[in-house]
Design a protein around this ligand. Structure first.
Ligand code: WTA
Length: 661
């Protein structure tokens, strides 16, 4: 049975224990429903109350939601605040001040603790160093850093002076960085000489150098380099400075710059249905409100918790639930530099036991790969460690299949910990559909119900509601504070992608298919409805990979990329390629396929490497020349072609493409 089919027949229900309900902030379904009713009866009043209670404003807002330029919605638009002050300064003089903010564990297992007070000083000093480089409010700064305290300090320091950061995941290529530098018009890059992953030292600065050498990067005036290891790297005089050089002589106090609530806190690039990644622009006020509040609601955060979100700061999850949410909520969090399989595949469980993690938040792909590891080697099974400190588990980034859910529930959570299957997106800024640990009865494979104030629904192509029990497109009918504000530099694309005219222009289109249970109204996400793939929880555009392939102009004539289901990674990338030379077979085909995989890794990043590459003399096209992707999807899955192929120009091609090499 496929994951989707088994989700559809899932009927096990796991209600929270009475003790969990009693102790929770949102205690039981009546409390959840009361919040939903508050939002429905007085939408603006609801958000205004939360905005006042959860954010410190240097200038209080008087306006809540401004819809006059819809779908360019504005929230708390006349208010002013600083995001870093809300994460750090806010705690000064409270018991949080001397609490540990970050427990950092390096790749090789060394542990460092940083208190809130120390973090404030480090952010202040780094912010002063940024100012000394001439970086000002509104400037864009690229952050290309390994996981660690310094990455968070860099982001917080940008926020402190009102600079807009754009974090690029450390696995992206020079070409990807180059594209983002140009699109964002970045003035500076914060990076590290190397990163340590799985015991290996890997160059980061060398990739930044390569990106800057690609031309057109005159806007970049400085590159700040964190010396993660003692190995030297190339430094360009006048442009590059080590952290030590940049911080020298800088004081630790830096006044947080108040910014307007709508000021762009960050731009984060993500894949869409065209070749070019979109710069998702987020606000300061609304974004911060939701990253803080969802820490309290979804994770039911308590002062004594040790929170661990395993996501990298290069993704939205690492923004909302590493760099901002936990700090704004005054949590102690664990940050891990390395990978889950080094030095052994029990590393996560070992770390949970060692640090007494109480809330653990990770991706279904990680769980699936650790299940596999535990099945082949009993020594890395979670039952080798004491995981009693855990009280809440979470997942994010892709649908979790019920089998993996049950394994996580039993073997990691000891059948005691609720699992919050959080559905959200780079564009939503924070969770939108998720169980609440002390309220929602859980159903494996379902993200259950929308958070209060999130008006999620399922509609058809015209925007009309679809009854529960039938599948359709997931939309959010009313704006919410942490929503995407625009696509950086491309407001038209923002409107077209998320607020299509065909649906009336006011519904936020998530890009996912979903179905609501006929009885409970629970949501189940059935996967993307556009050309976006989800591989190991990473978003990849099929068009992006196609453009990378065809940019190898000496070899590739044409390429089409589709996804196919994969037990481990959720989806896998499958590329159909027509070469400029004759179609290769056997060893030669393998060799060219590898060459193309490495090319894609260089163009985008290793995460985008196609798993399957198949060669054909041509691609299946209609007589008007359109590539028939649905046929390619069937071939990729290894299905018998049952679709109508009469409109196909060249039906013979299908057998050829069905052959694997
Ligand atoms: C998918 C990650 C099912 C979905 C926070 C969405 C999920 C895309 C879930 C966004 C979930 C995320 N269940 N699918 N709990 N969470 N997705 O922007 O397809 O990297 O549109 O944000 O991941 O990926 P993104």
């Amino acid at each position: 049975m496929s994951a989707i089919e088994s989700v559809l027949v899932e009927n096990r229900v796991f209600p929270p224990s009475e003790a969990t309900v009693q102790a929770a902030r949102i205690s039981g379904m009546p409390a959840y429903e009361a919040l939903c009713r508050e939002a429905e009866s007085d939408f603006e009043g609801f958000w205004a109350r939360l905005g006042r209670e959860n954010v410190q404003w240097t200038k209080p807002f008087t306006q809540v939601l401004d819809e006059s330029k819809a779908p360019f919605y504005q929230w708390f638009a006349d208010g002013e605040l600083n995001a870093s002050a809300n994460c750090l300064d806010k705690h000064v003089g409270t018991p949080v001040e001397n609490k540990t903010a970050i427990v950092f564990e390096s790749d090789d297992g060394q542990v460092t603790n940083v208190s809130y007070k120390e973090l404030l000083a480090r952010v202040g000093q780094f912010a002063n160093a940024l100012k000394a480089q001439g970086i000002r409010k509104g400037d864009r700064v690229i952050v290309y850093m390994p996981m660690g305290v310094e990455g968070v300090v860099a982001m917080q320091a940008c926020a402190r002076i009102g600079a807009t950061h754009s974090v690029v995941f450390g696995g992206f290529s020079a070409k990807s960085i180059h594209e983002r530098i140009l699109d964002a018009g970045a003035v500076a890059i914060i990076t590290a000489n190397y990163q340590m992953r799985g015991g290996k030292e890997m160059g980061l600065k060398v990739i930044v150098d390569e990106a800057l050498a690609m031309g057109g990067c005159d806007s970049v005036k400085s590159v700040l380099v964190y010396e993660r290891t003692a190995t030297p790297c190339n430094m360009v005089a006048g442009r590059d400075k080590t952290f030590a050089e940049a911080l020298k002589g800088q004081g630790t106090e830096c006044r947080p710059e108040p910014v307007n609530a709508e000021h762009p806190l960050f731009i984060l690039y993500t894949s869409g249905s065209t070749g070019k990644p979109k710069g998702v622009q987020h606000s300061t006020g609304g974004y911060l409100l939701w990253s803080k509040l969802t820490m309290d609601w979804t994770f039911d955060l308590r002062p004594e918790d040790l929170f661990w979100c395993t996501a990298d700061i290069g993704w939205i999850t690492g923004h909302s639930y590493v760099a901002y949410g936990p700090l704004a909520a005054g949590a102690t969090q664990l940050i891990f530099e390395g990978i889950p399989t080094f030095p052994h595949a029990g590393r996560f469980w070992e770390m949970i036991a060692k640090h007494k993690v109480s809330i653990f938040y990770t991706a279904p792909t990680a769980i699936r790969s650790l299940i596999k590891a535990a099945e082949t080697d009993a020594k890395v099974h979670p039952n080798n460690w004491n995981l009693k400190s855990l009280r809440i588990l979470g997942t994010v980034g892709e649908p979790i299949n019920p089998e993996a859910w049950m394994w996580y529930y039993r073997n990691v959570g000891g059948e005691r910990c609720p699992i919050v299957d959080t559905f959200w997106q780079t564009e939503t800024g924070g969770h939108v559909i998720t169980p609440l640990p002390g309220a929602t009865p859980l159903v494996p494979g379902s993200c259950t119900l929308p958070l209060p104030g999130i008006m999620a629904a399922i509609v058809d192509e015209t925007g009309k509601d679809i009854p529960n029990g039938s599948g359709g497109m997931l939309v959010i009918k009313r704006p919410w504070p942490s929503m995407i504000r625009t696509i950086w530099g491309d407001p038209e694309r923002f409107k077209k992608s998320y607020f299509p005219e065909e649906m009336g222009g006011r519904l936020y289109l998530a890009g996912d298919g979903a179905v609501r249970d006929a009885k409970t109204g629970y949501f189940r996400i059935t996967g993307r409805i556009d050309d976006v793939l989800n591989v190991s929880g990473h978003r990849l555009g099929t068009m992006e990979i196609e453009s990378a392939l065809v940019s190898k102009t000496d070899l590739v004539a044409e390429a089409a990329v589709v996804g196919r289901p994969d037990d481990l990674t959720g989806e896998a990338v499958c590329a159909f390629v027509v070469l400029k030379r004759s179609r290769p077979t056997g060893e030669e085909a393998k060799q060219i396929a590898n060459e193309l995989r490495n090319w894609v890794a260089k163009e985008i990043g290793p995460i985008a490497k196609p798993k399957d590459i198949r060669f054909g003399d041509n691609l299946p096209k209609t007589r008007s020349g359109k590539i028939m992707r649905r046929l390619l999807r069937s071939i990729a899955k290894g299905e018998q072609i049952t679709q109508d192929t009469t409109t196909l120009e060249n039906p013979g091609i299908l057998d050829q493409l069905a052959q694997t090499n």
